[in-house]
Design a protein around this ligand. Structure first.
Ligand code: GH3
Ligand code: MG
Ligand code: MG
Ligand code: MG
Length: 311
């Protein structure tokens, strides 16, 4: 890797400084590492393993430099806890240690470290290795986010929806909390395409997705493109009444776009229909039952004249 290139050049799409966490019980080491990285990275520092774990839970870094020998919890224990923990994000860990025995190095890799650097620190070496691993990590993040997004509308795609459904289903089962699903389908969209053209149809899909996305407020609410002109809105912790309210707001957000549709069955504007299902998942139930129930309600909404919500 060419160290003359900036991180922004190496990682197209990077919009912020990468986050580096330095964990060492010796402040002199922390200060030295900070000097090396403070310009290119947003650096955070912890002087104990416990403090590092707390900081990671709140705000995970993109990469960690981790000392091995520390008083309360050693680096191996920190690394094990990080790997076991259901942290929101995973990131590479590089050990920086005074121990130079090969058995220490072997153990570090067994614990899931990506690299092992021995003290005394050589600034050029530590800098080069951190860059290599952080570039890989951030490139992987970008690829992962592409793999989750629908290319046309920018909302999450069907694959991601399936993952989110599994996650929230399990969570709702544990918490005995309601999980609501709204399935949305654009009304008379085939005729829209036939009359206004496929390109105009694509623009409608983007505009409708954007309008609906703005309706969602809670961090765990999601909108996904479920199929061609169908969207799925997953609302964890939302009961029947809450889901009905959200569905009405989704319909309204599309009405407010005021997209002319000559063949609309409700006035002359483009509309959507929505079917809602809510469940507190019991043992033995599956998510596909929730999807089928919402789909059935969507069918009712279509049958009842479109531009409406059924649940
Ligand atoms: P209904 O009100 O019953 O939902 O009627 P509809 O015409 O919307 O339903 P139908 O399922 O017959 O048509 C869906 C249309 O959506 C047909 C398809 O060409 C269009 N479509 C699916 N994906 C895309 C896309 O990515 N871009 C465009 N422009 N159109 C799409
Ligand atoms: Mg130490
Ligand atoms: Mg359809
Ligand atoms: Mg349709």
């Amino acid at each position: 890797m060419n160290s003359g290139q900036s991180l922004a050049e190496l990682i197209p799409g990077l919009t912020r400084k990468p986050r580096l966490m330095i964990v060492d019980d010796q402040t002199v080491i922390i200060r030295m590492l900070n000097e090396i990285f403070k310009n290119e990275f947003e650096v955070s520092m912890a002087t104990s393993g416990r403090q590092a774990l707390d900081m990671c839970a709140a705000n995970p870094p993109d990469i960690m430099l981790l000392d091995v020998t520390m008083p309360d919890m050693d680096g191996y224990e920190v690394c094990t806890a990080l790997k076991a923990d259901n942290l929101p994000e995973k990131f590479p860990v590089i050990f920086v240690t005074g121990r130079s025995d090969v058995s220490d190095e072997v153990r570090a890799f067994e614990m899931g470290a990506v690299d092992f650097i021995t003290k005394p620190i050589n600034p050029v070496v530590v800098h080069a290795r951190v860059r290599t691993h952080v570039v890989l990590k951030l490139q992987q993040d970008i690829l992962r986010s592409f793999a989750m997004k629908d290319g046309l509308t920018g909302v999450t795609n069907r694959r991601r929806f399936d993952e989110l459904m599994q996650q929230h289903w399990r969570q709702a089962q544990r918490d005995k909390s309601p999980l609501s699903l709204i399935l949305i389908d654009i009304d008379h969209f085939k005729q829209y395409n036939d009359h206004y053209g496929h390109q105009a149809g694509d623009k409608v899909l983007r505009d409708v997705a954007n309008a609906m996305r703005l309706v969602l407020q809670r961090p765990h609410d999601s909108l996904s493109r479920y199929g061609g002109e169908e969207f799925a809105c997953l609302l964890p912790g939302t009961d029947e009444a809450g889901a009905a309210f959200m569905a009405q707001r989704l319909l309204e957000s599309v009405r407010l776009l005021a997209i002319p549709h000559e063949f609309s069955s409700s006035g002359s504007l483009l509309t959507i229909s929505a079917g809602i299902a809510t469940v507190i998942p019991a043992v033995g139930q599956t998510a596909s039952g929730l999807i089928a129930a919402a789909d059935e309600q969507l069918y009712c909404a279509k049958h009842d004249g479109r531009n409406c919500v059924r649940q």
